[in-house]
Write a protein that binds this ligand. Structure first.
Ligand code: ZN
Length: 158
């Protein structure tokens, strides 16, 4: 930056216009990438697990934005991403409780999962997100519903 111009009216104006344009562009890019993610990640589960219902439960800190199942020539994987709520600063105390239920509502498996990054950084005017991925193999027989619940707090040690 040329020192002589700092604070000079026109320069400042151009700078702030550029900055707001850049911000709009970044927002559009994020929007585009989310839409593309929506298309590219089919959210279409492998046929054998297509009947499994996927449920999301938000917390005061985290919004569980997406959940899907995929098996790309490997293990069955539960994937998705979470968003930080706008006014929240610290996401490090939040984790995901992933619970597998059978048709009668019985818990078949429960685990605590982390999203990465654990500390979701604040981005100006932009939803900040993190992703998660967990191996579900071997999926318990009779699984009909999987719940991904954002949760703050601790669990008794297993
Ligand atoms: Zn929990």
């Amino acid at each position: 930056m040329v020192e002589g111009f700092v604070g000079a009216g026109p320069f400042k104006t151009i700078q702030s216009v550029c900055r707001s344009l850049a911000m709009k562009l970044r927002f559009l890019l994020l929007l585009a990438s989310l839409i593309l993610a929506g298309c590219a990640t089919p959210f279409r589960a492998p046929p054998d697990v297509a009947q499994i219902k996927l449920e999301r439960v938000d917390s005061p800190v985290i919004i569980v934005e997406k959940v899907w199942l995929e098996r790309k020539g490997g293990p069955l994987t539960l994937k998705g991403y979470v968003l930080k709520r706008l006014r929240v600063n610290d996401t490090t105390q939040t984790h995901l409780d992933v619970t597998l239920f059978d048709g009668s509502g019985r818990v078949l498996r429960a685990s605590v999962e982390r999203f990465t990054p654990q500390r979701i950084v604040k981005r100006f005017r932009r939803q900040s997100y993190a992703s998660y991925s967990m191996n579900l193999d071997p999926l318990p027989a009779g699984t009909t519903r999987i719940e991904v619940r954002a949760h703050e707090g601790v669990h008794p040690s297993p």
